[in-house]
Structure formats: C-alpha cells, structure tokens
Design a protein around this ligand. Sequence first.
Ligand code: ADP
Ligand code: MG
Length: 718
Amino acid sequence: MALLTDSLLPLLGKKSATALGEALGIHTVADLLRHYPRRYAERGELTDIAGLEIGEHATVMARIERVEKRRMRNKPGFITEMVITDGHRKLSCAFFGNNPQRDRELRIGRTGLFAGKVNAFRRTLQLANPEYQMVDGDDAEKMDDFLGALIPVYPAAAGLPSWVIARCVRQVLPTLDRTEDPMPAELLARYGLMDLFDALHTVHRPADRAVLELAHHRLKWDEAMAVQLIFAQRRYSAVSRTAPACPPVPDGLRDTFDRRLPFELTAGQREVGDSIAADIAREHPMNRLLQGEVGSGKTVVALRAMLQVVDAGRQCAMLAPTEVLAAQHARSLREMLGELGAAGELGAAEQATKIVLLTGSQPAKERKQALLDAASGAAGIVVGTHALIQDSVSFADLGFVVVDEQHRFGVEQRDALRSRGADFTSPHVLVMTATPIPRTVAMTVYGDLETSSLREMPVGRSPISTTVVPVAEKPAWLDRVWQRIVEEVGKGHQAYVVCPRIGDEPAANNGSDKRPALAVLDVAAELEKGPLSGLRLGVLHGRLPSDEKDAVMRAFADGKLDVLIATTVIEVGVNVPNATVMVIMDAERFGVSQLHQLRGRVGRGDVPGLCLLVTEALDGTTTRERLAAVESTTDGFELSRLDLELRREGDILGAAQSGKRSALKLLSLLNDEDIIADARVRAQEIIADDPALGNHLGLAHLVATVVDADRAEYLEKT
Ligand code: ADP
Ligand code: MG
C-alpha cells in the first residue's frame, strides 16, 4: 500500500513517472493526488468552445463534425483537417502525416476529448495537432475513467494530456493506504470535514456534484491550514525574539509633540497609536501592518511612535520605496517636528532629535555625515530607501523600523530586518500601506503581521471625482482633458500628467504588436508644442539625477511649475495641496491600487480633485471594467474588493509572474473568508502548543506539500 509521501516511481512505470515529474513537477503520491481536476466534464455534455482563451492549453469534449484527409499542396505528405463542435461553435484541428489508426478513430459524429494549445488561425479558433481520446463506443468501455457521470479534466501539459493523468491517478488511488488523517480529529469533527482519504478519492472520482463540494471544502481547509501554519510559525518565531523595549517616557519628546499638534488626532489615530505604543514598549518585536487611505494620517501615527522610541534612547529608520519619497518624508518629518527635530541646529528645542536623510545618490560629504550620525546615534530618525537595510548601514541602537508603502516590501525584506538591532535583537516593525487590502489577502499574504486600519479621514479632505476618458471611442475628449488643465491653471491650480514610461529606453523590439506605452518625454514634448504651450511644464522620473528630481519637486511644490509630467515616482507621498487635476495616460497599464494611489495626489487642499483616466481600452473588456471600478468608488476598501473580483487569484499571489501555479489551487481569497479565518485561529493554537509541529507530523507534511519550499516563494512575490 502507498503512503502520500511515497515516490511515484515504483507505482507507475518509469515513463509516466518521468513525464509527470518533468511536465508538472509531480513526484510523490501526494503531488499527484493533490493535482486536482480543474473541472469536470459532464458525461454527454460538450465543452463550451466560446469559453476558450487563445494561448491556453485546453481540453475540450466535442463532437467531430467534419474530417478530411488530403495530400498537402506544397510539400509531400498528408494533412487531416477536422472540425469539432460543441453544438454551436466550431474549432478547427489539423493533423499532419499518415496514421491509419487515427483515420479509423476520427469519424464524423463521434465524441471525444481533444487537448492542445488554442491558436487563432485566420480568425477561427484552432487546435493544432491535438491529442485526443474518444469517449464513446468501444474505447470508453476500455477506459473506466469515462464511466462516471463526471469526467475529471486535469490541468495538463503538452505530451501529458488530461486522460493520461487520469490514468495515472486511477492506477495510484486504489493503492493509497487509509492512514491517520493529518488534521486533528477534533478539528475535523468541529468543522464537519470529510476525511482526507475520502476527499482525495472523491475529488478524482466524484459520484455527484454534492459530494464533490464536500471534498473541495475539506481540501480547501488543507490549503488554508498549510498557509496559516506557516504564518503562525513565523509569528511565533518573530515574537520569541527579543526586541528593544521602548516604554513611553512622561514629558518626553512624544508628549511635547502631542501638546504642540495643531489638530486633534482622530479616534482611529488615537486607537492605533495606543496599540503601537503598547507593542513597542514590550521586549518582543512588533510586526504590524497599518493600512489607511492616502491622507488618512498614517505618517503622524508613525512619527508619534518614532518619538516614543527616541525618548527611550533608541533610533528609528524610515524606509520609502524611492529616493524622491525618502527626501520628501525627511522634509515633512522635519516640518512636523519643527524645533523638536532640529538637534544640533540653532534654535533647537532642548529635547530635540536629529532627522537625517541617507540615500545612495547624495553628495559624498553629505552621505558620509549621515552615515556617521546613524552610527554614532546622533540621528534619532534616519530616512532612506530600502537600501538602508540591505546595505547594512550601521546604527548605534536601532529600535524601530517604519516601512512606508508595503506593496514593494515582501517577506524576504522583512526578514532582512531581523537582527539589525543592537545585541542581535530585532527592531519593532511598522509597515504602512495606502492600499487597503481585503481581509483575506491580509491574512493570506501578510499573515505574519498584525493589522490595524485607519478608516476615517481627518477633516478637511476634498472629494475626488474620477472619469474614464475612452479615446478610442471618444477621441475629442482628449482635447477636453488638456483644456481642463489650462482652465485649472488659469484658476491658479496645478496638474499632474502621469505616463507609464520614461521614454529614454532603447526601443524595445519584443515582437509584440502592442503599441509601446506612452512616455513622459514624448508626451511632455507634445504638450509643450501644442495643447499646453505657454504653461510652465516640468518633467519628473526615476532616472533624473537626484538633485534634479528634488529641484523639480520643489519647484512644483512652490508653485513655480503649472504641470508636472511624470512617471509613477509621484505615486506615493507627494503632497502638493494646490494640485487639483491628475491625468493618467494609458491608464489601463496601471493596477487598480496604483491608480487609486495616484489620484490621491489631488483633492489634498480645499478644492475638489479631478482624476482623468485616459485609455484606448475598449468598452466591455476586463481592462475597462477595472477602470470603471476605479471610477465608481473612492473607498479604498471597497475598491480593493472589486479589484480582487476582477483579478485572477493567481495574480494576487504572484504566481503569474513566477510562471508557477499558485499553491492555492482550490482556496479562493474572494469566497473562502470563513475557512481562512477559522484556519488562522486553529493554526495559531496548534503552533502555540507545538511550534515545530513535532507532534503533528501529518500537518508538517501537509505544509511541505501544499506550500513546499519553492512554492512558498509566492508569499514573497507580492
Ligand atoms: P498618509 O501618510 O496616511 O497619507 P499623512 O499622515 O501624510 O497621511 O496626513 C495627511 C495630511 O493630513 C498631513 O498634512 C497631516 O498633517 C494631516 N493630518 C493628519 N492627521 C490629522 C488630523 N487628525 N486632523 C487634521 N489633519 C491631519
Ligand atoms: Mg504618507
């Protein structure tokens, strides 16, 4: 009898075992049995051809409508052209060469499974040289796969079609030993979960849809548990480290700052501030994610926490994704602190601390001084980019790290922070994001962090209205966009124009017929010549020397420029209340959360903001739906939910980029919130009791198969 951990080789022939390993990375019994069918074809029902996507490897159940074998015109040999149908639409197929067995099998009126890559050939869908398996008549009786009402269709690969995988499963499944379920019995009972043995049998050979549902429910639990156990272990090992305790100091800098604050903290700011204050006073590291809309006042919350740390005699690092933002943060922290942040300067307050900026492109002398201030402890707050941590800048006593904008800051980078404190302690970490994350994503992707949210906006925010400008359908609207900018500038306001590309890259020739994205430099040149001539235009992008970037930003902030044409360097943190219009070119090339971030640059003063999303995407496409979602709401939490619905889940977990399939095959971040939340609680209990899972070997193996070492990568690719 076989165990889940067994290798497939003795169970299957060498040829099949090797093919599974090479094509799909399936090596063990567990790998194979957890390679669940993607869907189930109903016996007697044909696959809807309209649902196929060009480029996918598809398996369809279809009927042969026409077959014709003839000699090829231009070269020797035969071609068999075949048309298969789902009853409505047709798919054309072509086979090359002479194959008498094929001639016998492929006959008009017969039904079979056909698998191959979907191409578009002369505007019709085509499967070139498909693999096939007839499912009617004599062949079916030989193949007991096809006797069930639901025929499993597996994620397949070229040379390894679904029915070959089915055959392997059919060979292995009966040998599976009914051993103890890895999931604790008490948990199975509590949530009424199907036993693993039964669930695996059912998912591969379901009797009907109802029982399949139960099997899926159980197998989703496996995935949720595996992910949550990993996070519970991460949290456990994080809190078992020591951290510099930073208890509040009465009448310290923090208190002084609070007394001088020109506004009242919102209830949310106070509440989150209290949790953070309590966390950083402890001897174990805080790992917290703070989410809040652009402008919800996260920076003040972070600054108050930093001051508590400075009061305790330790240092803080604040990390931003770009140098421009780091410079801006340093500037705004200095402004907020005033004389409290001017240590070493004339007129500084007695308790004052020093804020230093440390970036790679600073003049050498300035950088040297900043490094010195960090190492000596003279700097209470060091602001820089993520390189600050990676380049192992030395700190006298680093107690707290604030990371602004988490979406470029993964688990790996968070790990790099460990042991950066004095005496090998881990600093406290606060990650801030302006992209609200749906709860399931927070639990699944950022599961190692505690999360807090700022949901209310401080007073004085102006509404932002957003409009999609569909230039393919309404070309004249683009002129209106530029006119609108001219009008706003006429009223003394300013505007941004954002483009996806800089435009000084060598011409990309990637063979794609897609138009290259609009570029800052080209758009700026055109606007200057035409629609915006006479206005004061500035250009900002990541490849400008950093003093130039700074100068442009400052000129814009000081109102010396009317329009800033930029890449997404202005996405986060830039604060110019006088800017009222945000035009985003080729808007469909940006993600939903990026667009939301970008428009947060306007509506920061007392005049309502306007955001115009210029796109060539056509009505009715998913791309346009995403833009419509951005247009429909400015509630970041609602938007993140819409985004989740529109994106394929793999994208969220980064599987799309890595080319691997997501570790989560069945679990849906959109629909399975309950399972995820319950699994989180149970995983936490189990790990508290048995941190290394030494008494839960089945669960340890589950973690390894569901999220094995290289699949765990998805946790970092976000
Ligand atoms: P975020 O970092 O979340 O985008 P900031 O902390 O930069 O937001 O705050 C945006 C602006 O709102 C800043 O000018 C800040 O001084 C101001 N602000 C923050 N909290 C409050 C408050 N409670 N009342 C009024 N203004 C506030
Ligand atoms: Mg901010």
